[in-house]
Design a protein around this ligand. Structure first.
Ligand code: SF4
Length: 404
């Protein structure tokens, strides 16, 4: 008999976790998670790893942050810097079963709607359809992007590895519904499991299904397996259901890296395989610029865009060392300006954007990023509001195409 789920109510001191820079992954500069641990209990979940300090049984001891809503309501009005709030994380699903009763995410959505704050949300659950009305309004007022996590197209595999998460078909239905309501949707196709769901056929089938429902982007990724609880749980199911793959999987993770990374030969092989599959579709592997432009301050937009460009060029085997240098220069400038801004409560809220535009107009940007070609490109983005196409790797203005 399996143990029952236990709910633990805990008070939080602060609701919003603030980061200095927007995340190129979730786009969030702010993060909020109503629960800790996750009843979905995916057998590969990184959230089980000791580094996250989740107490008890990861899929049975669920923490509800009970005073989160009043705290959030107060804190959001005090945020000086605009930016995306990302809901959920890779180690807890905001729409796990307890949300049916607690309705914390629904209440968060209402507050975001009232305060016109943009958001991104990551889930595997079709319970989000209950709140489609709210996310539609958040999207219209400020912007909303849904990240659905889906790595299998075969529901039999999903049942083994994601026993209490929604079926593949349910998640496809969520994508369809959000797209019908003009809300951007991307898929986190991760982790592809070695020997199980990482084959060329499996990846192609998944991409085909997602392409048919019109997802805006697919971010693929492999499995990280941290030594300890996460690795033990995963290998247990491999021994039971896929003993024929145990040797290969052990070889891929034999280094027992604390980061959980696989051996480099496998990373390269998987990345090549995914790129071959991607080339048959027109779906970018990062959130397209057209989706987030205008939803975050220009200085954050540039930071996210530069990081996405690095990912995209790396995938085409372009040397990104010059871009790395530009990103480092930009980050150092941004850090300085933000420190100045944060120390002075009386300067205008869009101070850093004004400074960035000033650098574009006075030739200062090329000194910051040490690259004249990139400077011209960024001026087109910042001042002329042109949009970078992640597939063509070009800027688009109306029908015209400008090479970066
Ligand atoms: S839904 Fe996400 S957070 Fe929850 S167990 Fe699965 S992978 Fe972990």
């Amino acid at each position: 008999m399996t143990a029952p789920v236990k709910i633990h109510y805990k008070e939080v001191k602060t609701a919003i976790k603030k980061e200095k820079f927007a995340s190129p992954f979730t786009l969030g500069k702010y993060a909020i998670a109503p629960y800790m641990a996750c009843e979905h209990g995916c057998l590969y979940c990184d959230g089980r790893a000791e580094k996250y300090y989740v107490q008890g049984d990861f899929s049975k001891d669920i923490v509800v942050r009970k005073n989160l809503i009043p705290r959030f309501e107060t804190e959001i009005t005090k945020l000086r810097e605009k930016g995306i709030i990302s809901i959920g994380s890779g180690i807890t699903d905001p729409y796990q079963p307890i949300e049916k009763k607690e309705r914390l995410v629904r209440k968060l959505g209402r507050i975001l709607e009232k305060n016109a704050f943009p958001a991104t949300l990551l889930t595997k659950s079709s319970l989000i359809l209950r709140d489609l009305d709210i996310w539609k309004k958040v999207n219209e007022n400020a912007g909303f992007i849904l990240f659905i996590s889906l790595t299998f197209s075969d529901d039999r595999l999903r049942q083994i590895f994601e026993p209490r998460a929604d079926s593949v078909e349910s998640r496809i239905r969520v994508i369809r519904k959000f797209k019908e309501n003009n809300i951007p949707v991307g898929v986190l196709a991760m982790p592809f499991l070695p020997c199980i769901s990482d084959t060329r056929d499996a990846v192609t089938t998944l991409y085909r299904r997602l392409s048919n429902v019109g997802v805006d982007f697919i971010v693929p990724g492999g499995l990280t397996l941290r030594p300890g609880r996460q690795k033990d749980t995963f290998l247990k199911i491999i021994r039971q259901k896929f003993p024929m793959h145990l040797g290969t999987i052990n070889r891929i993770y034999h280094e027992n890296r604390s980061s959980g990374s696989s051996a480099s030969f496998y990373q390269e092989e998987l990345s090549r395989r995914i790129r071959r599959v991607e080339s048959g579709f027109t779906i970018p592997p990062v959130v397209p610029h057209r989706i987030y432009q205008g939803k975050l301050p220009k200085y954050d937009e540039v930071f996210v865009l530069l990081n996405h460009m690095k990912t995209l060029y790396q995938r085409r085997d372009v040397n990104v060392a010059p871009l790395d240098k530009s990103i480092a220069g930009y980050l150092s400038w941004l850090n300085q300006e933000k420190t100045f801004y944060n120390r002075r409560r009386k300067i205008e809220d869009n101070y850093v954007d004004i400074k960035l535009e000033h650098q574009c107009r006075t030739g200062g940007l090329s000194k910051i990023i040490q690259n004249e070609k990139l400077e011209a490109f960024l001026i087109d983005v910042i001042l002329n509001r042109n949009v970078f196409d992640p597939l063509a790797l070009k800027l688009k203005k109306g029908d015209a195409v400008i090479t970066a």
